[in-house]
Design a protein around this ligand. Sequence first.
Ligand code: FEO
Length: 404
Amino acid sequence: MVNYHVANVTDDLFVLRVDDRYTKYFEALWEIPEGITYNAYLLKTEEGDILFDTWKRQFSSTFLEALERVTSPDKLKYIVVHHMEPDHSGSLEDVLRWAPNAKVLGHPLAGRMMNAYPRAKAKFAPVKDGQELVVGGKKLKFIHTPWLHWPETMMTWMAEEEILLTCDVFGAYGIPLALFDDMCIKKENVIRSTRKYVVTVIGHYREWIGRNIQKLENMGIKPKVIAPAHGLIWRKNVEEVVQIYKDVASSKPKDNKALLVYASMYGTTEKLARGLECALTKEGFEVATYGYNDTARPPLSEILTDASDSKVIVIATPTYEAEAFPYLKMVAEELCWKVGDGKKVVIAASYGWSSAAAEQIKKILEGCKYQAVEIVKYNAVGPTAIKDEEVEKIAKKVVEAVKG
Ligand code: FEO
């Protein structure tokens, strides 16, 4: 059964939210056991109704059911497409089959992305950055916010109501029971799922987060309500969600947080990693540890989320076919892609007969301006091959490099 909600945001503005408990890997990449919601909005006016975005296509029939609770085909005048990614545009063609006279509004670039949406393309009218639309006494302003999360993405500002419809921006993973942030929520879960969403979905375009927030501020836009297309609607802690986005965009580190990621085929590197974790904890670090071994494959989405507010990153890799462990190469590449540069990195590598693994991780990370402050290599195969004294010695070296 598909769970969905239709509720008032104001007397005239409704949220239509579906809870997607089925997607395990968002964008076929990011592990989201917490699920995700898709939020569309419907504004009722005396001259006709305006729909902002839709849901992922697999929920189309349920979306029409939800829509029928608040409008009808003869009343639907406009569909505003903030963003063409199919988690928001996927039901567009089905909505236009249902309400064929509705006009479709979006940034000109959205029109160029509508080849797979012939009905939408036929009804499309571009709107410019800053363009206003008055319908039935309601005034809307469209604001182009490029790269949040695609080049065509825009927001809608309802100045009189002080509501900002933001699509992906200020969104989060998770399916909170509540619709609004002033209801009963698990705050720490919401903050974590918001951070995780920013890092994984928008992280690559992080510099645009600050730029677009500045653009909104320069336009004098100070929303009382932020209504995103994923997660909670913010009407109590509006400044807090904006700050979360700013902090993740700049990869703002906590003073005492370290991320430790390792892989271990036969226990050697795991033994060292446990020693490193222990030594760092003793030094007062909050250590987020993730290990790949023959029973665990930690989620990349969580590793990247912990990387973004870590002060230092420690990577411990075995040598695999004369190179770094494959998953750790991927972690290093995604650290470059999704998380801000400039953080300190310490690399430890075990080897049997070839020792290029550490240099390989270093090369990837230095290529995107991380600072590799220490490299430790040790020749060992198997958990008993690395002695306690050696673990202690390496841990001491790593702690000094981390603190230095
Ligand atoms: Fe939620 Fe970029 O789509």
